[in-house]
Design a protein around this ligand. Sequence first.
Ligand SMILES: [Zn+2]
Length: 440
Amino acid sequence: MLLRVGATSETVSLRDEVASLLSELIRLDTVNPPGNETLAAEHLGAYLERNGVACELYAKVPERANLVARIPGSGEGPRLALLSHTDTVLADPAEWELDPWSGELRDGEIWGRGALDMKGQVAASAVALASLAREGFRPKGDLIFIAAADEEVGLDFGLAWLCREHPEAVRAEYSINEGAGDRIELAGRPFYLASTAEKMSSPFILRVRGRSGHASMPSIADNALVKAAKLIERLGEFTTEPRLEPEVAALFEAVVGAPPEDAGEVLAAAQAVDPIAVEFVEPLLGMTVSPTMATASQKRNVIPALCEVTVDCRLLPGQTQAEAEQAVRETLGEGDYELEFIEGQGGTRSPMEGPLWDAIEGWVAGHEPEAGVAPICLAGFTDSHWMRDAFGTVAYGFFPMRHMDTQVATRLVHSANERTNVDDLELGVDFLRYAARAMS
Ligand SMILES: [Zn+2]
C-alpha cells in the first residue's frame, strides 16, 4: 500500500513540519471564551488525514469540536493517548511585542498565544502521529491523539464531556499530557520533571450572617462584614501539619537518595538541595487556603446582614473535603458561620512506575545519559484527571523542555510574549514517537 504523504514530504524534516503546524495553529484564534476550537480541530484533522490517519470530530456544539485521531493497534497491548487542548487564554495585543496570533518564527522561537500552553504540544503530538503513520507504524494498542476543547474554562465542552458521552473514543490505559517535562538542575545533576499527580481544586464559600440596619446607627445592627473580617484574618494564617507525600519522597529519592525522615524537615531539605526544589515541594506539604473574593452589602448606607467570602482551596491528592472542612473549622474556631464547598476537581494521582514511566526514563537516558527523571505533583490541575477518574488511566504530564529556560517559560504561560523554542518542539516530537514505540 502506498502511504499518502500530503503537503509534507520526506524532504521536509519533522522539525520544519512541527514548526509550520504550530504557526498555523497559533494563527487560528481559539481564545476561550468563546473557544471556537473547531477551527483547530478541522485544521488538525485535514493535516492528519493527508497523512493517512483516520479522524473523528466530537462536538457538543458545532463551534467547539474535539478531535480524536487514532492509529489502530493490533489489540495485543495497552492504548496510549496523546492528550492536549486546543483552546487558549486571552491575549492583549497592547502588551505584546508581536501580534499574539502571528505564529511568527523569530530567532529560533515561534511566538504567539498558546505556543507553550499548549499548541506546541498539540502540534508535536499530531506530527508524531502523522510521521508514525507514514512509516507504517502498527502499535499493539491504539495510539490515540486527543485534541480537546475547553480546558482553560471547563464548561463541559471538552475532555470531561468526551469521557462521559464518548468513552470508547478516548478510553486509554496510558496518556501523556501537559503539566511538566522541564529540565532543571538539582544537586548538580540535570533532571526532567514528570507530573504524576495533581492537587484538588476545592474552593468554598465562608458565609457569615448578621442583622441589617441603617449604616448611620451601627449599634442597632450586627455587621456581617465586620464579623467576617476576623475570620478572613484567621484564614490568612492557615497552616497544617506538613505531610510527606509519595511524589515528594520519590523526588528526594531521585535527587539525593532518600527523603528526610521527618515531614517537618522537608522544606529545609528541599532548600538545601536547591531553592527551586522548594517550589515543587511546598504546595505538597499540605492543603492551602486563600481568601480571594468577598461580597457584602449592595448599598453604602445599609449594614450587611450577610457576607460571603470565596476561598480558593487546594487539597492534596486523596484528601477529602470533609477532612478539609474540619481543618478549616479548627482554624476559624467556634462561631456563627457556614462553610460550603462549591466544587471539587482533580486530586488524582498515578503510580510512578510501569511501562510509560519506563518509556520516559528510557528516552531521557538515551537523550541525555547523565540526567534523571523526577516526579512532581502539580498544585493546579489538568485534563489528566478526567482520564484518571473515568478510566483509571495512568496519566503523566511530560513534554520535554531543554532549550528554553524553565523559569522564563513559566513566566510566559498565560502572559505576554508567549513563545516556544523550535529545538524543544523537535525534542517533543522525538519523545512522543519514542514513547509510542516503547509502549508497543
Ligand atoms: Zn494548558
